[in-house]
Ligand binder design. Sequence first.
Ligand code: CA2
Length: 149
Amino acid sequence: MPKPIYVLNGPNLNLLGQREPDVYGHATLDEVHERTQARARKHGFEIEFRQSNNEGEIVDWIQEARTAASALAINAGAYTHTSVAILDALLATDIPCVEVHMSNIFQREEFRHHSYISAACIGVICGFGVKSYELAVEALAERLEAAEG
Ligand code: CA2
């Protein structure tokens, strides 16, 4: 059994489906978890899915993922645009990481156009709603399969 793919979520994403449906859609974070898990299982991977409003806890989970995960997808929420600590944690991992956003951050306010964490990721997926997560997991699974040969 391969190690799981970690899917980490940052601040306020626990409110998904309850507020701002015009921006983030109607799905709850539990539904995002289910859809991501279903997509991963098609490739033989399990998902470890977590959300935190605390930057330090997210850093701890990224450090944990260095040895416990095959790969990592992260929607760091607003920390995307502020956190050198999350960038440094991601740079310290050797596993492939994909940055995820549900909204198209480039169609939104200027301050969302810059991401600190993209530099530590193999790619960025944004603008596809919940499907952004599924696409990220798909890309990671295919990368891992290719590495296995
Ligand atoms: O588009 C994304 O996925 C974001 O990462 C979401 C973050 C935002 O700060 C980023 O710029 C883009 C915000 C997450 C807050 O999620 C909420 C969900 C429902 C209601 C309120 C907030």
